[in-house]
Design a protein around this ligand. Structure first.
Ligand code: UD1
Length: 426
């Protein structure tokens, strides 16, 4: 297993370009199955989760090539609607294939998805939404079969604005007969990106970005070329790392409008931020101030995907901060690791009380999930001494070689890979 070795204490400085959004690219790759033919998707990040999705699409019969940040995919040859169990277990986002495969083939077989262990992560809202469009669901020996001779548009209200359920329903409804009105929909920027992609293929979807999305079904969709939006969570992770190391950095190819909640928290912590169209400059000097209370909640509130990273900054701040996690029930696994690095954090149910300390100290720590792993990298960059982050494969699911991003900004870190060591010896 790869490890990241970090020598902390260098303020980050310089300029970096932010890569495309994993959480936009994954549903868009799944949605490409709604049309038959060749298309080009640009700004697709090179990540483990994208490899898994491309692996599934290949097993379904598509031809896909990822060169640089461009994926060229031909969905015309797809001939299977059975998502392979081994790949389904590797990544929760494989669930995105339900809506498109059901709409295209009239049936889909999936398994309970795997993914980061950050909570129960049910799929009931996905299934209820597809049922409302006319699908019959049957669960048998771990398999979930979903069948519909035709899908018919209807009114659907989500009990919770689930990102994935909103996307699955949008994709299935795009080829349904009649109109679907989806209320209490998730409002994340990635949902707007999916709407734009579906419309570029000839769909009729409006309202993404608000809590009501209207999808007028069309008979068929056409292949198209499309560019994925920048990754707001990668941009947020970089900003927090700069703040924690008290550095000065410019991010390019990002969208400040997608990061309003984080930028507000950083400013409350006393950090200077300048933002224009697609550039953010951050200047951090001196100890950050504590932020009294942050609550994670669906967009546009503070994102759960930046909760663990911002906790590192609060762990170094002057004063007491409270972090409340309301989206996932198991998302404080990084706390024990941060405490091992000298942080003073106590957890009570879904609240973490963070008493800032003047410094963290390097230690050997374990990434338990994707964003927790990113938080430990930030802690290592800010800490005094050497940190080793283990279980790096979690981080590789969502960051394109995170060590290179921080090396470019002067961070002293490198990857140790047993596979590479063996090659050295040979
Ligand atoms: C997406 C993001 C993930 C982010 C999350 C919340 C992608 C690929 N992943 O995940 O990075 O952390 O949004 O912003 O876009 N729930 C149910 N039943 C369901 C579906 C969800 O109870 O059928 C619950 C979940 O257990 C969780 C909450 O709803 O507690 C949020 O989940 P959801 O918004 O669906 O997140 P994902 O789409 O899995």
């Amino acid at each position: 297993m790869d490890k990241l070795v970090i020598e902390g204490g260098t303020p980050l400085s310089g300029t970096i370009r932010i890569h495309g959004a994993k959480n936009a690219a994954l549903p868009i790759l799944a949605a490409s199955m709604l049309a038959e033919g060749k298309m080009q998707l640009r700004n697709v990040p090179r990540l483990l989760d994208i490899d898994v999705m491309l692996g599934i699409l290949a097993r379904l019969g598509c031809k896909a090539v990822h060169l640089g940040d461009v994926v060229t995919i031909d969905t015309g040859s797809a001939d299977s609607s059975h998502v392979p169990e081994d790949l389904m277990k590797q990544m929760r986002s494989s669930i995105f294939l339900m809506g498109p495969l059901l709409a295209r083939f009239g049936e889909v077989c999936i398994y309970q998805p795997g993914g980061c262990a950050i909570g129960e992560r049910k799929i009931d809202l996905h299934l209820k939404g597809l049922e409302a469009l006319g699908a019959k669901i049957e669960e048998k020996d771990q398999q979930i079969w979903c069948r519909a001779s035709k899908l018919v548009g209807t009114d659907i209200h989500l009990d919770f604005p689930s990102v994935g359920a909103t996307e699955n329903i949008m994709m299935a409804a795009a080829l349904a007969e009649g109109t679907t009105i989806l209320s209490n929909a998730a409002r994340e920027p990635e949902i707007q990106d999916l709407q734009n992609f579906l419309n570029a293929m000839g769909a009729s979807v409006i309202g993404a970005g608000t809590d009501t999305i209207t999808i007028r079904g069309v008979k068929r969709l056409q292949p198209c070329d499309y560019e994925i939006i920048p990754d707001r969570i990668v941009a947020g992770t970089a900003l927090i790392a700069v703040a924690a190391t008290r550095g000065t950095v410019t991010l390019t190819h990002c969208n400040p409008a997608h990061l309003v909640a984080l930028l507000h928290v950083l400013r409350r912590a006393g950090i200077q931020i300048g933002a224009t169209n697609d550039i953010i400059t951050i200047i951090s000097s001196g100890r950050p101030k504590a932020v009294e209370r942050i609550v994670t909640s669906p967009y546009p509130s503070f994102p759960t995907d930046l909760q663990s990273q911002i906790m590192v900054l609060l762990a170094l701040a002057d004063g007491l901060s409270l972090m409340k996690e309301t989206v996932f029930e198991g998302r404080f696994k990084h706390v024990d690791e941060l405490v091992r690095m000298g942080a003073d954090i106590s957890v009570d149910l879904n609240s973490a009380y963070i008493r800032g300390v003047p410094r963290l100290y390097g230690a050997t720590v374990e990434a338990t999930d994707l964003r927790a792993g990113a938080a430990l990298v930030i802690a290592g960059l800010a800490a005094q001494g050497k940190t080793i982050v283990e279980q790096v494969h979690h981080i590789d699911r969502g960051y394109d070689r995170i060590e290179m991003m921080f090396q470019r900004l002067g961070g002293a870190m490198h990857r140790e890979s047993p596979a590479l060591k063996q090659l050295d010896l040979a």
